[in-house]
Design a binder for this molecule. Sequence first.
Ligand SMILES: [Zn+2]
Length: 221
Amino acid sequence: MKIIIAILLIIVVLITAWFYAENIKLEKQVTKQQGELDVSAKYIKQLNKKIAEDHNLVSSSKTNEEKIRALMDTYLKEQNKDVYVDSGKTIQYDEQRRFLPDIIPVKGDFAISQRFSEKHPAWDFAAATGTEVVAVAAGEILSVYYDEHYGNVIIIDHLNEYATLYAHLATIFFESKNTVEKGETIALVGNTGNSSAPHLHYEIMFDGKNVDPKEYIDVKK
Ligand SMILES: [Zn+2]
């Protein structure tokens, strides 16, 4: 009987020891896997951080590009230059055209009320009083004066062989010797001098002689 009890006790002790050993083995395995999981989680965290950083970098560089383009557009518009920005790639600036009288001298609605002839070496642009008159090319104001027939007059020297004259003006914003840019507003349409209705009397002179504006501007009115 004692022997049987002793054998049973030994069996119980062995089974307990075996369970204990297995338990330790399992715990070790769990700890190891937990460690691996921690490393993976850390790695994923780092990757997420990197992705977020890259995303920020991409969106901020896009924003910067848009800002730069907007700034350039504003700058160029302010300068009244014959320039455009196309997808930030093409910038055209025609230095030759800057001094050529090839744009319409009024900014707004108009109708040509009289064209070029020997007796009238100019074009008349009928437009509402106060319509903006622009410098058709860059240059220097040659003179600003009042004439009984032409009313308020401004003449611009385009520093090549060209000069332009604008008459019957209501208001003139510049004085002699001032410089102007192509497209810059220089005066307002009026009815001063010998004029029966508000209009701009516009002359182009080349080498001191009046030339027909039709050679320089395309007006389908
Ligand atoms: Zn006229």
